[in-house]
Design a binder for this molecule. Structure first.
Ligand code: IPE
Ligand code: IPE
Ligand code: MG
Length: 247
């Protein structure tokens, strides 16, 4: 516990990002380097997620969004997809009360309606349970793709124009953001990707327009609270200009 506090005290609380997004990559590589099945990497990755959420809670971050399953991840072998969905369901069952006690506000981004009825029920129950919580906004992107989200928002707004609810001129950055899955969340300030690949892989494309990027070679199962705090400290030293000039 003392060690945890020491880690947290390294961060300047005034300079924290409001919204941190994480591409939790490298579970498969972590496992295969150890001669284990990819599934063992996914199980280990779940433990990392719990630790990182705890840091977010202790620092009282405004929002943490994690990429759990992309719209492209259905291309993986059936057995891996099934395992991931099972793990996902176990995680929700096991963690929901503790998340609730920690005042976490859970939300899902993506096409959750394509999951089985059982998982959809679990998602509904867990989000319902935490809907009035006021702590960290914890968003799990599951069956999520940035392009898919933008297309769904465009379709919704086009529908509103077709029915006369709004005029085309009323499609602004603000109304467009309201039509995204992330409605009400601040833009991403810091985007972290583990495991060495330097790409975005269709995550939060609109929301990361001015995000600071942090890439690390560490595989997700080994990503520690210390390294998470390192990323936050790194962020606190970045000079953000948003297209303007140095202030
Ligand atoms: C990330 O780890 C987890 C998911 C995509 C669900 P990967 O499974 O992509 O691990 P690598 O990239 O193959 O090592
Ligand atoms: C991104 O990782 C998706 C998640 C972490 C859930 P991938 O492993 O699917 O991305 P690519 O295939 O390396 O771009
Ligand atoms: Mg990967």
């Amino acid at each position: 516990m003392i060690r945890d506090e020491e880690i947290l005290n390294r961060v300047d609380k005034e300079k924290l990002p409001r919204h941190v997004a994480i591409i939790m990559d490298g579970n498969g590589r972590w496992a295969s380097y150890r001669g284990l099945l990819r599934s063992a990497g996914h199980s280990a990755g779940m433990k990392t997620l719990k630790k990182i959420l705890t840091v977010a809670v202790n620092l009282n971050l405004e929002a943490l969004t994690v990429y759990a399953f992309s719209t492209e991840n259905w291309k993986r072998p059936h057995a891996e997809v099934d395992f991931l969905l099972k793990l996902f369901s176990e995680y929700l069952e096991k963690e929901k009360l503790e998340m609730h006690e920690k005042n976490v506000r859970l939300r899902f981004l993506g096409r959750v309606e394509e999951f089985s009825a059982g998982i959809q029920n679990q998602i509904r129950e867990a989000t319902q349970l935490m809907k009035n919580n006021t702590g960290v906004k914890f968003n799990i992107a599951a069956n999520y793709g940035g392009q898919d989200e933008i297309l769904r928002a465009a379709q919704k707004l086009a529908q509103d124009v077709a029915t006369g609810k709004i005029s085309p001129a009323q499609i602004t950055a603000s109304t467009f953001e309201d039509a995204l899955d992330t409605c009400g969340l601040p833009p991403v300030d810091l985007l972290i990707r583990t495991s060495g690949d330097i790409r975005i892989s269709n995550f939060l494309l609109w929301q990361s327009a001015y995000a600071e990027l942090f890439f690390t070679n560490t595989q997700w199962p080994e990503f520690s609270p210390e390294e998470f705090v390192d990323a936050l400290i790194d962020f606190s030293h970045r000079e953000r200009k948003f297209g303007g000039v140095k202030s």
